[in-house]
Design a protein around this ligand. Sequence first.
Ligand code: SF4
Length: 184
Amino acid sequence: MGKIEDLETINGEGYQLTTLDKAIGLARANSVWPLPFATSCCGIEFMATMGSMYDMSRFGMERMSFTPRQADLLIVAGTISKKLGPVLKQVYEQMAEPKWVLSVGACASSGGIFDTYSVLQGIDRIIPVDVYVPGCPPRPEQIIDGVMNIHKLVKKESMRRRYSDEYKHLLHDYKIEITNDEND
Ligand code: SF4
C-alpha cells in the first residue's frame, strides 16, 4: 500500500518534500481502475481474486471498469483467439494514457497449451504488456502478485515516459496511434 514514507523524501519539522513524479506515481498506483478482459478459465481465477477471500479492495481496485475510457489497467485473462485479437487491440486503443497491461496466465501470455492455428500466441503480439503472470491457471495469490508488480511500475514511472521517443517507438512498432502527443 502507498505511504508517503515509501518515497524518497526530505523530512523536516512540519514539512515533507518529494518530487512531483513520485507524488503522482503514488496517487496513480493507489487509484488503479482495472478493465477485466476475461475469456476463459483464467477469468474464473480472476473472479475468485475479486471475492472477499482475497479482496482487491485493499488496493482500492474493487471498482471494475467495463468501459475502456474509464480504465487504466487492462487485465487480460484467458485464451485470445486470432479473431478476438482486433477487438482486444481496439479496447486497448480506447483506453486513455497512461495505461498498463497485465497478462494473466499461460494462454494470454503465450497461447498456453493451444498451439493451434486459431489462437493468438501471446497478446504481446498485438499490444504491449507490462507484467506477465505465469500459470495455468495462476492462483489468485499470483494474480495479486502481478497486480502489486504493476503498482511498483506505476509508482516508479516518470511523468515524461509517455511522451518519450522510446514509448512512441514502442507504440509505432505495434502500429498503435499515440494519443498524447505533446504537439497536439
Ligand atoms: S492458462 Fe490454463 S487456466 Fe488459463 S485460460 Fe489458458 S487453459 Fe485456462
